[in-house]
Design a protein around this ligand. Structure first.
Ligand code: UTP
Length: 292
C-alpha cells in the first residue's frame, strides 16, 4: 500500500452554512470567529502543524473573504504602520504563507462534499492528500492531522479520524474489523445508524487521509443521502480495493456547524487560550451567574 508522503490538504468551504443563518448570509461560515480567530485559521494551523505544504480551498459564491484573509492586506498594514503599531504588522506578516502554497478552486454548485473534494483533483494529482472539514475543530496535541500522519507513515493507505460519541444517530459511524491500540482496521461505515444498530460508537470526525484513486470513484459517484454526492459513499467503494484504517485520535472534536456547537467551540477555545484563558473562564462564570 502506498506511503507516498502526505504534502497536500483539501479544505472544502463551498457549503451554504444554512444551519447558522443569518450569520452566514454575507459572511462565510469558516470566517466566523471562534474566540479570537476565524474558524478556518485553526484548521490551517492544524494542517501546517502536520507538515502540509500546499492547501487547496474548494470555495463557492460569497467566499471571497477567505481568499482575502490569506492574502496581504496592504492598506491595513500601511495604516497600522502610520499609527506605530508595528507589532501588529509583524503578526500579520508572520501569518502569511509562502507565495504559491495555497490554491483556490470553485465548486460552482454545492452538490455535496464528495463533489467538492472531486473539484480539487487536478490540483492534487497522483498523490495522497488530507481532507479537513473546517467546521469541525479539533483540540489536540499533537494536532489531529499530525497524529493521523504518524499513523499513515506506518500503515499507509487511507486513514480517517474517529472519536467516541453517545449519539451515533447523528453521525457517520465506522464498522471496525480489528483494533491495535488507537488504530482500527475498518470494514465499513454507516451513515446515521439507529443507536441499537450502530456497529460501534466511533464517529467520523472530519479529518481524512485519502489515496488519489478516490477521484476516479467520485467522478461517477451518484447522489446519495440528502440528494448530495457523498464522500462516504465513494470511500465505501474504495474500501473494497484499498486498506482503510480509523484512528481514535487523542483529543476532542468540536462541531461548529450549528449554533450551539459553535457556542460550545467558542467557549472551549476561549478557555484553552494561552494568554486569555483564565480571564475567559471568569467572564463565562460571571455571565452564567448573571443568568441565575
Ligand atoms: P456541511 O453540510 O457541514 O456544511 O458540510 P454546509 O453545507 O455549509 O452546512 P449546512 O448544512 O448548510 O448548515 C461539511 C463541509 O463540506 C463543505 C462545507 O463547506 C463544509 O465545510 N461542503 C459541503 C462543500 O464544500 N460543498 C458542498 O457541496 C457541501
Amino acid at each position: 500500500m502506498s506511503t507516498k508522503p502526505l504534502r497536500k490538504a483539501v479544505l472544502p468551504v463551498a457549503g451554504l452554512g444554512t444551519r447558522v443563518l443569518p450569520a452566514t448570509k454575507a459572511i462565510p461560515k469558516e470566517m466566523l470567529p471562534v474566540f479570537d480567530r476565524p474558524a478556518i485559521q485553526y484548521v490551517v494551523d492544524e494542517a501546517l502543524a502536520a507538515g502540509i505544504e500546499h492547501i487547496v480551498f474548494v470555495t463557492g459564491r460569497n467566499k471571497a473573504a477567505i481568499e482575502d484573509y490569506f492574502d496581504r492586506a496592504y492598506e491595513l498594514e500601511d495604516t497600522l504602520r502610520l499609527k506605530g503599531k508595528t507589532g501588529l504588522v509583524q503578526e500579520l506578516e508572520g501569518d502569511l504563507r509562502p507565495a504559491g502554497s495555497m490554491s483556490f478552486v470553485r465548486q460552482q454548485s454545492p452538490l455535496g462534499l464528495g463533489h467538492a473534494v472531486w473539484c480539487a483533483r487536478d490540483l492534487i494529482g497522483d498523490e495522497p492528500f488530507a481532507v479537513m472539514l473546517p467546521d469541525m475543530l479539533m483540540m489536540a496535541k499533537p494536532s489531529c492531522l499530525a497524529q493521523m500522519k504518524e499513523a499513515y507513515d506506518k500503515v499507509g493507505g487511507n486513514i480517517i479520524a474517529v472519536e467516541p460519541t453517545d449519539t451515533p444517530e447523528q453521525y457517520g459511524i465506522i464498522d471496525p474489523e480489528s483494533r491495535d491500540g488507537r488504530l482500527l482496521r475498518m470494514k465499513g461505515m454507516v451513515e446515521k445508524p439507529k443507536r441499537e444498530q450502530a456497529p460501534s460508537n466511533l464517529f467520523i470526525s472530519g479529518r481524512y487521509i485519502l489515496q488519489p484513486e478516490i477521484f476516479g470513484l467520485l467522478a461517477y459517484q451518484q447522489a446519495g443521502a440528502g440528494g448530495e454526492i457523498q464522500l462516504t459513499d465513494a470511500m465505501a467503494r474504495l474500501m473494497r480495493s484499498q486498506s482503510f484504517h480509523a484512528l481514535e485520535y487523542d483529543g476532542r472534536t468540536y462541531d461548529c456547524g450549528d449554533k450551539l456547537g459553535y457556542l460550545r467551540a467558542t467557549a472551549a477555545f476561549a478557555l484553552a487560550h494561552e494568554e486569555l484563558g483564565a480571564m475567559a473562564a471568569e467572564t463565562l462564570r460571571a455571565a452564567l451567574a448573571d443568568e441565575k
